[in-house]
Each structure stands twice: as C-alpha cells, then as structure tokens.
Design a protein around this ligand. Sequence first.
Ligand SMILES: [Fe+2]
Length: 271
Amino acid sequence: MRAQATVSLFGEELSLVRGRSGAVSLHGAPGWAIETRLGMVWVRRLGDPATAVPPLTEDEAGTPACPMIAWSEIEVEADYDQTVLGLVDPAHVPMVHTAWWWRSSARRRVKTKHYAPSPFGFTAVAADGFASAPAYELVGSDRKVTIEFRLPSTRIERVRGGRLRILNITTVTPIAPGRVVLRNVIYSSVRPLRWLYPALSALGRAFLEQDARILRRLDTHASKHQPLLFVGEPDQPSAWYFQCKMALARAVGARDTFINPVQPSVLRWRT
Ligand SMILES: [Fe+2]
C-alpha cells in the first residue's frame, strides 16, 4: 500500500512516500538524500559528509534476531547545540536522570572512562566495573558498554554481555529554528523484550522528558550572547563536540578532509 508522510527538517517540509514494495523515498526534494536503516528513515542534506548515516556494526539489529524493543520521541523548544550537549555530557546524568529505575542509589562514585576519536566524533568505554544504571547490572559483570557520539547529533550505545546485544540510539533532529526532536530507539537480541515494547517506550519517553524539562528552563536567547564555560574533565566531551563541529565546518568550507581534533584520553568524574 502506498503511504505518504510529511516531516520537517531545518524548517523545510519534506514529503516521504512509501511505495508498494515498502521502499521509502523523498518526493520533490532534490537537495536531500534518504536512506532506510534499522527500520528507521534517515534524511540528510546532500554534500555534507558528517551527515552520512552512522556505520552501525550490529547488522542483526532491526531484524527478527534483534528487534526494536522501544521507541520514543519528544518535540521541544530548545537550542539545537544545547540539546546535542545532552547526548555527550556525563555531568548532567545524576542531576537530571533521577528516576528510581535509572539510579538505584543517590550515592556518588567516581567514574572513569577511556575516550578515543571515532569517525566524526568520539567513543567512550567504561574503565570501571560498576554500572551507573541498575539495568546494566542485569547484563552481568562481563558486559562491555561503548558509547559513540557522531556528528551531527547521534549517540549510539552498544551493550554486549555473553550473547546479549543491546543497541540504544538517541538523536537530535532540528526541525525548525529553536525547535528540535529528541528521539530514542532501542534494539535487543533478547527477543521476548519486544512484548514489553509499550512499557519500555514509555520509560524511554520519560527519560527524554527529563532532558526536555531542563532544556525548556534554559534561557537559550541569553546563552547565545554569553560564552560557554567548560570546567574540568566532565565537560571535556562537550568541548570536543564544538571542536569537532568547527573542524567539520572548516573541512567543508575548504573542501578538505575532516581532521578529528579528539585525542585519546582518560576522563574521571563523580556520578
Ligand atoms: Fe540526558
């Protein structure tokens, strides 16, 4: 069956059409490219290398072996960069994401992570055994959690423990000046979890709402005229976000290769 939907991106209305074969295409939008991956439709402006779809290595994600177990989105009136910082900033987590199902204890501990440059961004790997979220403890102590950030605004968390795979993707989409959509989608190799899809999606939405509540309180008009202040190691990923963004703008302007400014680092903070 043919179906049509309209989406907003950078203030432009784009028309998506799903044909009889199930393929999704853009209708009457020559400056845009479209790709379907993991059951999601990714739309980008042509000619910007950073907006290429992230090379997700979990090929099984989105298939019957690793189905989608949660999907949520929330539209918020907020500054684009401030929203993206929420994807990389570890310091806001113990203050903003305080739900009982996310943090079982208010006790703070020192967290250590190794950061390394990765395509158009950086990837963090936890160096200590404890998990900030009790849900991770269920995965087992041999779990490996990596969190990748890639320009322009994609956070990809991969959890592996034994045969378990979780792929947790969060994106920020600029739909119009001062308006963004925060979107989260989770896949898991634990197939029975798909029966919990409504409940897990509701939890995901509650998580995004915690970020949105803070974003609505920010005076983004004032912050545009004030220099951002980054303090200490927890703010280093935020500084890298802006450095990567500037490096990309330079590379695009000079039609040159993107040179990743991120250096391999070990960062510590209390969480
Ligand atoms: Fe957050």
